[in-house]
Design a protein around this ligand. Sequence first.
Ligand code: AP5
Length: 231
Amino acid sequence: MRLILLDPPGAGKGTQAKRIAEKFNIVHISTGDILREELKKNSELGKKAGEYMQKGELVPDDLIIEMIKNIISNKENISNNEKSISEKSKKNAQNGFLMDGFPRTLNQAKKFDEMLESLGLSIDKVINIEVKKEELVKRLSSRRVCHSCNNICSLNDKKNIDEIKLGKCPVCGGELFQRKDDSEDVIMQRLEVYENQTKPLINYYKQKNLLVDIDGMGSEDEITERILSSL
Ligand code: AP5
């Protein structure tokens, strides 16, 4: 199974990707997570990407395409993206993957098609989770992420609110942090970048008959059910 999650920032790509990748035992490839790891390592790629990420802009296509090429052709050990890949699904990306946050421009999408074609591979489905803008802003500004296990949680999660308010991960007890690009001005910039550069991909994949629209309003479990029943 080869899938792409194509939705605006905050629609729940990371949250749903983990569940779907585990369900189908495929590799979860999150370009955002990989870039944040590179940033932490202070690598050349991390330094270059960080400049764009902190402003809410897209990292230049050539850097991203090279990174994906290495992962898909297995030149690069996918453990770079370790935190988003469960142990059991850590395996050859060519056997199946779920792309989270890639492609994000028409150029990336076309280059990705060429890459897959040269390997004799193709995409099965592109999942487009639809969420209203006000809800996206609310979700992003309330998001907290665990330093230790990378769990994504929310100040809107009533069940675990006491722990989350104390900055404690409800899954592992690790320390929670707020992503730097989840400040209000950067959120607005990311949403604008999505409208101008990523939204056109909806039509690109619709024309290829690969697009599945999912209503993204509802609980995390409800959205997972909708995605699974569309596959
Ligand atoms: P990236 O990390 O991909 O960020 P993003 O696309 O902005 O998406 P997010 O991770 O913010 O949101 P999400 O959809 O995963 O939502 P989540 O599940 O966390 O990219 C970051 C940056 O890296 C980019 O800005 C760019 O600079 C660079 N970059 C990455 N890929 C690139 C590429 N291909 N090309 C160029 N540059 C690239 O959920 C959000 C919150 O909502 C959480 O708190 C969660 O608990 C909550 N939530 C989830 N589902 C629900 C629900 N159903 N109801 C209520 N709350 C929910």
